[in-house]
Design a protein around this ligand. Structure first.
Ligand SMILES: Cc1cc2nc3c(=O)[nH]c(=O)nc-3n(C[C@H](O)[C@H](O)[C@H](O)COP(=O)(O)OP(=O)(O)OC[C@H]3O[C@@H](n4cnc5c(N)ncnc54)[C@H](O)[C@@H]3O)c2cc1C
Length: 445
């Protein structure tokens, strides 16, 4: 960049989630590690925490362990957009799945949003929930056709309250002419994700669950009718163990859960938060306060901050391992393409995290014989991973390993014999998706 070019980075720029300013992670003194617990949950994101909450409410002695500070990974880094079923619908769009199975998957996904709303109400979690809906912007006019087919199903089964919107309505909702119309989904909104996570941890602790951050789990081995959970701070004896490690399965201890790791494709995704916009600009950008997503393959997603003064803009800016400022620059460029008026608005924060894809593009829960797992968020897990963590706890509490608790209780995600959990191919595949997106859009712009 030329020396006299104005920087796109605000004074005091931070390479960490903007959310943490409002909900700092608890990284206090590391408490002593209990020598035993009835159930050890590995992973302190939404899935692990919701699982621990329900288990503790059910009277179980639960210990949640995380290699990093509690909630440090995806669950305090997301864009904060919530829905119930829209992303599962997307996964099913091109799959040969029976009508009954589609309906079961969608119906359970819609329960995830209800679960989220119940849990924040029940535990008084103030997480700036703005139930203002979502707008999925059409990348090309042709995308309206495939969405039209999905809307009836989403409304009938998931209660999404979705409808097509024309280009004019999309422009008014967004303050941008970037899309060829879109779909408005009323059963959706956005939250402050780190405050939601902190509220869940508070609720789980209040019910008796113990949490220990900075405690990497190295291995889990059968011992004495239960398990010996080896951590870098010493062993813990447990009767049952839950892996709630999602995209970080294998990242902290490669050999910890090889069967699960081989079914998970970790993908990095990034975000920026802008500095406060001038008031007149803030009023013009995204006046509907909806969350926004796109109909292309490699989407951008964005929403305003809870106070409406900033834009939080995310997506897979690159599939290559670039530096945070370089990625932030790419995201800023993408934001300005959608909102040319924002060219002079600088970046206050930039950060990234990992989400877990699976080969069938569905999340999974399951397990038995004392070992359980929940994983595979598909990039959209605030409501889903919360709900699935809770569902897995219900399965454990029932004492019946064989009876599925919901449509996602199907055992380990599918694996490929040549895949070991290292997604070395993502730069090639991701870049190919990006090229296809560009080629699709080109004739129309
Ligand atoms: C930038 C970004 C934007 C996103 N935007 C959205 C959005 O707008 N809406 C939405 O719904 N979803 C979004 N997501 C996805 C959402 O954040 C995730 O789906 C969700 O947080 C996953 O929760 P989890 O509990 O399954 O996993 P995580 O929160 O990742 O927790 C897993 C934990 O397991 C721990 N762990 C792994 N191995 C070990 C070990 N050996 N020992 C101890 N601990 C271990 C990790 O340290 C980690 O903390 C986004 C994600 C990112 C990164």
């Amino acid at each position: 960049m030329a020396r006299d070019m104005p920087s796109i980075f605000a004074d005091g720029f931070k390479a960490e989630p903007w959310w943490w300013q409002d909900a700092p992670l608890s990284d206090g003194p590391v408490e002593a590690l209990p020598q035993e617990a009835e159930i050890v949950v590995v992973g302190s994101g939404y899935a692990g925490t919701c699982c621990a909450l329900r288990l503790a409410e059910g009277g179980r002695d639960v210990l949640v362990l995380d290699a990093d500070p509690i909630g440090f990974n995806a669950s305090s880094r997301s864009g904060g957009q919530v829905t119930g079923g829209v992303n599962v619908g997307k996964s099913l769009a091109h799959k040969p799945v029976s009508d009954a199975r589609r309906a079961a998957l969608l119906s359970d996904a819609s329960k995830a949003l209800r679960f989220f709303e119940d849990v924040i109400a029940r535990h008084g979690i103030d997480c700036d929930y703005h139930a203002k809906g979502r707008l999925v912007g059409f990348w090309t006019p042709a995308h309206a056709e495939s969405w039209t087919k999905r809307i009836d199903e989403l409304n009938a089964i998931a209660g999404s309250q979705a409808r097509l919107v024309g280009r004019e309505e999309a422009r008014e909702a967004l303050g941008s002419d970037f899309y060829w119309g879109g779909v408005a989904i009323e059963r959706a909104g956005h939250i402050q994700p780190a405050r939601y996570h902190a509220g869940l941890v508070r609720a789980a602790r209040g019910s008796g669950a113990a949490f220990r951050g900075r405690t990497r789990v190295l291995s889990v081995a059968p011992a004495g009718g239960g398990f010996r959970v080896e951590t870098e701070r010493g062993p813990v004896a447990a009767r049952q163990v839950v892996m709630a490690t999602n995209a970080y399965t294998g990242a902290h201890a490669y050999g910890l859960a090889p069967d699960l790791r081989r079914g998970i494709v970790p993908v990095s995704t990034q975000m920026i938060a802008t500095e406060e916009m001038p008031a007149d600009l803030a009023a013009r950008i995204l006046p509907s306060d909806r969350g926004v997503s796109e109909s292309r393959r490699v989407i951008a997603h964005y929403r305003k901050s809870p106070d409406g003064c900033r834009l939080l803009f995310g997506g897979r800016a690159t599939f290559f391992p670039l530096s945070v400022p370089r990625i932030a620059t790419l995201l800023h460029r993408a934001m300005v393409r959608r909102f040319p008026e924002m060219a002079g608005v600088r970046i206050a924060n930039a950060w990234g995290g990992k989400v877990a894809m699976t080969m069938d593009r569905l999340p999974h829960i399951g397990g038995g014989g004392g070992r359980y797992f929940v994983a595979g968020c598909q990039g959209s897990g605030i409501t889903m991973m919360s709900y699935l963590g809770d569902s897995l706890a219900a399965k454990i509490l029932s004492g019946d390993d064989r009876a599925p608790v919901n449509a996602y209780d199907t055992g380990l995600p599918p694996r490929h014999p040549l895949y070991d959990g290292t997604s070395w191919f993502m730069p090639a595949i991701g870049s190919w998706y990006q090229i296809q997106d560009r080629m699709e859009r080109r004739p129309t712009t």
